[in-house]
Write a protein that binds this ligand. Structure first.
Ligand code: PEP
Length: 254
């Protein structure tokens, strides 16, 4: 099965509304010839509607960077899946390593957020990945298995159609140290094998698994051409159209 490549930009806590409007406009102008690859922009919550206004008549998708699992109530500072949807977003990133590391995210809360997002009709980019210590101790496969199994717990095969998994080794995020294509491919194949065990071969074959961690224009080709790498979740390089768009173009020509 040929899976459509998906390139997502995680803007993290960058860009006020004016900068967001400019960046989205530049990406829009430079991607008019992209016909196959899915593109997703994930600005901060405050810029979702601004970016939505810029891209609404294009095939560029919009995503948020987190979601809370309750529908409404006294949860100061949180946003529900319906609120995110009403901003025009169709996707949400869940379980990013920065959320796990700095904000106490666990596989259980990742799972609650994932379920709430899916129930509201959002698609989820579920992030997993091992730390440097874990890789050096030889437990990468176990760590990633636990994160994938925990994050997907209770989801049906049908719901899996709205899941993208992003494999992001923590040691490669924002460090300039990129996993080799072979290292990334090995973990991606492992995740696909696990999903086949948890569901079936059709679900596993259809699942898109992105690599994330210091993806740049000069390493995108070699990563994206691996058989189980279906796209990229990009941090630093997505903050400029000059570095984000070439990554999209790498995916488009495959
Ligand atoms: C990320 O934060 O998801 C990420 C992959 O960041 P970077 O590309 O900067 O490593």
């Amino acid at each position: 099965m040929k899976r459509i490549k998906v390139i997502a930009g995680n803007w993290k806590m960058h860009n006020d509304n004016s900068a967001a409007q400019q960046l989205a406009s530049q990406i829009k102008i430079r991607t008019t010839d992209i016909k196959k690859t899915d593109i997703i922009l994930c600005p901060p919550f405050t810029a979702l509607t601004v970016v939505h206004d810029v891209i609404k008549d294009t095939r560029i998708g919009l995503g948020a960077q987190n979601v809370y699992w309750e529908k409404s109530g006294a949860f100061t500072g949180e946003l529900s899946a319906d609120m995110i949807k009403s901003s025009g977003a169709a996707y949400v990133i869940v379980g990013h390593s920065e959320r796990r590391q700095y904000f106490g995210e666990t596989d259980e809360t990742v799972n609650k957020r994932t379920k709430a997002a899916l129930e509201a009709g959002l698609k989820v980019i579920l992030c997993v990945g091992e730390s440097l210590d874990q890789r050096e101790s030889g437990i990468t496969a176990n760590v990633v298995e636990a994160q994938v199994t925990g994050g997907l717990s209770g989801l049906t095969s049908e719901q899996m159609e709205d899941i993208i998994i992003a494999y992001e080794p923590v040691w490669a995020i924002g460090t300039g140290k990129v996993a080799t294509p072979e290292q990334a491919q090995e973990v991606h194949a492992h995740i696909r094998g696990l999903v086949e065990k948890l569901y079936n071969s059709d679900v596993a074959a259809a699942l898109r698994i992105q690599y994330g961690g210091s993806v740049k224009p000069d390493n995108a080709d070699s990563l994206l051409s691996q058989p189980d790498i279906d796209g990229a979740l990009v941090g630093g390089a997505c903050l400029k159209a000059e570095t984000f768009v070439p990554i999209i173009q790498s995916a488009e020509k495959l």
